[in-house]
Design a protein around this ligand. Structure first.
Ligand code: DGL
Length: 269
């Protein structure tokens, strides 16, 4: 049975999804959170759909065993490969939120006449999932998508607001695919960290959208509608990873604004 003080489960290929975990924690400080970063298999952006599906099912199984009332797929690559499968797998045991549908809904309804660009991992872009989903809502909707595979590892190594990130970002965004766009979707949970640099490239003339607040809003809507907001006075935060290194732990600072303790979980052993 789902009950109010059960935790919210969040997973990502690694620690980039902590950007979303942080926003969820700030908005809902009474919620317990179990974050799972599949650091043993990162990056997901270069993996096959079948591999990501297998990882996602196993992680979801763990989060269900730990009693999660909601499972947030804090990764575009995993959302594109596994959302439908996970929804079916989880059934009515928990609610599954992906990072793609709420964003597509937002641009299709709130920005219907704008030229939309998108950057993300190879997996997300090759899946053409944003294009498919926007067409379901708006028949003539078009998303101009460009794979930018260097950006996630670049950020994870701490290169943002730097000369190196400037060069790489400028190089990618100069691609013809993104010519004269009005809006750019950041389709990767690492990218909020370079949002300012991207806006700078466009001299603030392009609306740069990351899904963080859109997802927090979607989660709030679900928790309120289903009377599942926690009233716990002692919420717990736990951060699990499938491969532990000190460098992963140090990088949590980048994404969560403070260093958190990562705990190795033997999911693959
Ligand atoms: N955070 C992942 C995403 O949103 C990208 C990192 C990866 O490739 O694993 O797609």
């Amino acid at each position: 049975m789902i009950s109010t003080n059960n935790p919210i489960g969040i997973f990502d290929s690694g620690i980039g999804g902590l950007t979303l975990a942080k926003a969820i924690h700030e908005k809902f400080p009474k919620e317990s959170i179990i974050y799972f970063g599949d650091t043993a298999h990162l990056p997901y952006g270069d993996k096959s759909e079948a591999a990501i599906q297998a990882y996602s099912i196993k992680i979801t199984d763990l989060l269900l065993q730990m009693g999660c009332k909601v499972i947030v797929i804090a990764c575009n690559s995993a959302s594109s490969a596994s959302y439908e499968l996970l929804k079916e797998y989880v059934g009515n045991k928990a609610f599954v939120i992906n990072v793609i549908d709420p964003m597509v809904q937002f641009v299709a309804t709130q920005l219907p006449d704008k030229k939309i660009g998108l950057i993300g991992t190879k997996r997300t872009v090759q899946s053409a999932i944003y294009q498919k989903k926007i067409t379901e809502i708006k028949k003539d909707g078009v998303i101009h998508a460009l794979a930018t595979p260097l950006l996630a590892p670049m950020i994870e190594e701490g290169f943002y607001n730097s000369q190196i990130s400037h060069e790489i970002i400028w190089n990618y965004l100069s691609d013809n695919t993104l010519n004269s766009i009005d809006v750019l979707i950041l389709a990767c949970t690492h990218y909020p960290l370079i949002k300012n640099e991207i806006s700078e490239f466009y001299q603030n003339k392009v609306t740069v959208l990351d899904s963080t607040q859109i997802i927090v809003h979607e989660l709030e809507r679900y928790l309120k509608t289903n009377h599942l907001l926690s009233n716990s006075l002692a919420p717990e935060l736990s951060f699990l990873v499938s491969d532990y290194t000190e460098s992963f732990e140090a990088s949590t600072q980048i994404f969560f604004n403070k260093k958190v303790n990562l705990k190795w979980h033997p999911l693959w052993n």
